[in-house]
Design a binder for this molecule. Structure first.
Ligand code: EPZ
Length: 420
């Protein structure tokens, strides 16, 4: 296993190009199972999660070629529709092959994904939505076994106790493209990644309206064809680099970043004193003073994204006062708190809320990565901590950020990847 050795204290300066969005690419790759003919997808990042999905699609009978950000997916053999536990447990997003397999092949066997470091991660809403479309769904030996001769369009409500579900919307919207008649999804997820998936499906010949809003209408068609598509920029990666610039009192220009996908984040950063100036194809982010504290609550899009909660917490550890962070999407998503405390942060957790009291500085220490975004928060902390920070189990980071240490070092950071 690799670890990062980070020497803190360098200001980040320069330009970074943001990759295509992992959380758009994954459901889009799964939706390629619906196509007759090849799909050519560009701006697909080289990440562990993308490789995991490519391997799964290979087992499901698709050929997947991926080089220099460009991916070609073509289904060759539809005889195996079983997504095994071995694969799904390593990458929960595998669940989004369920809807496409069911709609295209009339059957699917997908392992229940189980939980992860940020929470229980149930899929009850996915199953409720697919049952509403007429699928028979049973659980057998930890697998979801789904069957449907032909799905039938209907009006369905997809909201749950924590609001909308991103991958649940992806599964139901993808399945409805080949259903008979009209489907209306109420309380659909509004994330840009869902809009991007709908754009891809419509390019394949689907008839989807309203993606990106809480009500999505899908008129079923007989078949879908392969098509080209470019994946949207990764707003979470962009937000992570914005925090890195702010933390180190640097000045970083982001290119291939969609500020309109980050308005809640930009609003919060400006509120605490970070300069965010729109520029051609992205933004220039800088800060030159101690930051103000703030209160933030994670919400479904367009609210503040849960995937940037840990990174913002790192920033607020050095603000001039008390901040309150409330996690409404994954109430247990605080694995980064214990590690930040090891680095001298002052954070008190009360259920789904963390009270962060700003300190003068963080001190480098050996810390443990646990999940993708918590690990990113620890890298950010290491950039600004006094002395050296060692981050163990960086495979968590490689799942969602391509060559992050090389790209941060190109901006002036001092990070070494060391094989253990
Ligand atoms: C997607 O996960 C993202 N993953 C997550 O990013 C992101 O944190 C999450 O959406 C929320 O924005 C991908 O897109 C691959 P949800 P998803 O269904 O779809 C509850 C990252 O770091 N829920 O929107 O699995 C659930 O427990 C990852 O890139 C149910 O109760 O999340 C949670 O509290 C981490 N029943 C809330 O809804 C269900 O059937 C939102 O979950 C489904 C979800």
């Amino acid at each position: 296993m690799d670890k990062f050795v980070i020497r803190g204290g360098n200001r980040l300066k320069g330009q970074v190009a943001i990759d295509g969005a992992k959380n758009a690419a994954l459901p889009i790759m799964a939706a390629a199972l619906l196509a007759e003919g090849p799909c050519d997808i560009s701006r697909v990042p080289a990440l562990a999660d993308i490789t995991a999905m490519s391997d799964l699609l290979g087992e499901l009978g698709a050929s997947v070629e991926h080089a220099d950000g460009r991916m070609r997916i073509e289904v060759r053999d539809e005889s195996n529709s079983h997504a095994q536990y071995e694969r799904v447990r390593k990458m929960r997003a595998s669940i989004c092959v369920l809807g496409p397999l069911l709609a295209k092949r009339g059957q699917a066997r997908v392992s229940m994904p189980g939980g992860c470091a940020i929470g229980a991660r149930p899929v009850d809403l996915h199953l409720r939505g697919l049952r509403a479309l007429g699928a028979q769904i049973e659980l057998d030996n930890g697998d979801i076994v789904a069957k449907a001769r032909r799905l039938r369009g209907t009006s369905l409500f997809l909201g749950g106790p924590f609001g909308s579900t991103v991958l649940g919307t992806a599964n139901v919207m993808s399945a409805a493209t080949l259903a008979e008649g009209r489907t209306v999804i109420e309380s659909a997820a509004c994330e840009p990644e869902i809009e991007d998936l709908a754009d891809f499906l419509n390019a394949m010949g689907a008839k989807i309206r309203g993606a990106g809003t809480p009500r999505v209408t899908i008129d079923g068609v007989e078949k879908l064809a392969g098509c080209p598509h470019e994946v949207i920029p990764d707003r979470i990666e962009a937000g992570t680099f914005m925090v890195a610039a702010a933390l180190t009192n640097g000045e970083v220009t982001l290119t291939n970043a969609r500020l309109d996908h980050l308005m809640a984040v930009v609003d919060k950063l400006r509120e605490i004193g970070v300069n965010v100036e729109p520029s051609a194809g992205g933004a220039v982010v800088s800060s030159a003073r101690r930051l103000e504290p703030t209160d933030v609550t994670t919400q479904p899009y367009p609210g503040f994204p849960t995937d940037l909660q840990a990174q913002l917490m790192t920033l607020l550890c050095l603000a001039d006062g008390n901040s309150v962070i409330t996690e409404k999407i994954f109430p247990d998503r605080f694995m980064h708190v214990a590690e930040l405390l090891r680095m001298g942060a002052d954070i008190r957790k009360e259920g789904p809320t963390a009270i962060v009291t700003g300190v003068r500085r963080l001190i480098g220490a050996p810390v443990m990565a646990s999940d993708l975004r918590a690990s990113a928060a620890l890298v950010l902390a290491g950039l600004v901590a006094r002395g050296t920070t060692e981050i163990l189990r960086v495979y968590h980071i490689d799942r969602g950020y391509e060559r992050i240490e090389q790209r941060l070092n190109a901006l002036g950071a001092d990070i070494q990847r060391v094989s253990e």
